[in-house]
Design a protein around this ligand. Structure first.
Ligand code: 5GP
Length: 204
């Protein structure tokens, strides 16, 4: 309405909790919501495509981007760098597009400090057992990687209290609708619509 800037939304949740599936459904249904494409030094997994799922880069390239101040945030997760290139996010927010950063807890902490306006959402699996089942059924990781990711998952779930909202991913469609509700409510937050009162009063 008055303030056309998009909402910066952080979505975290343990590996295998369904973030990708939830986000692809969400963007299909909402033209004014986009997901930021992260950069990572990990290798592509399964059907992942460079420039679509991630920008897959070397550690040297990633470090140059950090030094050049081109990353909005970054973190080391399970032995690899992951980070958000800054320029596309700023550009989309400026066009009124809400941008979702699908990032882990350390990155979320950095965003919270640098962007107090950002909204943080934690996608919660219904149980650790269900998470383990999903990670195994994905069939893209070896046993050691799965147990490492499950270990990290428990640490991440313990930090869910730092987030503004929690969405439980038991039923996918319900989780998508819940996430949409959060974004829509945030768009209406009065602090994001500062000019609305004077506009309505002056436009008689
Ligand atoms: P995966 O290897 O399963 O794709 O991602 C591992 C973790 O890294 C997930 O929790 C994912 O949300 C997180 N992640 C992906 N991109 C970024 C990013 O740009 N920054 C940060 N901090 N974490 C990310």
């Amino acid at each position: 309405m008055t303030d056309k800037k998009g909402v910066l939304v952080v979505l975290s949740g343990p590996s295998g909790c369904g973030k990708d599936t939830l986000l692809s459904k969400l963007v299909q249904r909402n033209d004014d919501v986009k997901v930021s494409i992260s950069m990572t030094t990990r290798s592509p997994r399964g059907q992942e495509i460079d420039g679509v799922d991630y920008y897959f880069v070397t550690a040297e390239y990633f470090e140059r981007k950090i030094e050049g101040g081109e990353m909005l945030e970054y973190a080391n997760y399970a032995g690899n760098y992951y980070g958000t290139p800054k320029a596309p996010v700023d550009e989309m927010l400026g066009r009124g597009i809400s941008v979702i950063l699908e990032i882990e807890v350390q990155g979320a902490e950095k965003i919270r400090k640098a962007y107090p306006d950002a909204v943080t959402v934690f996608l919660m699996p219904p149980s650790l057992a269900s998470l383990e089942k999903r990670l195994r059924s994905r069939g893209t990781e070896d046993e050691e990687t799965i147990s490492h990711r499950l270990f990290i998952a428990e640490q991440e779930i313990r930090r869910a209290g730092e987030y503004d909202y929690v969405v439980v991913n038991d039923d996918l469609d319900e989780a998508v609708a819940d996430f949409e509700t959060v974004i829509n409510a945030e768009k209406m937050r009065l602090t994001r619509n500062k000019n609305i009162i004077s506009e309505v009063i002056n436009n008689v």
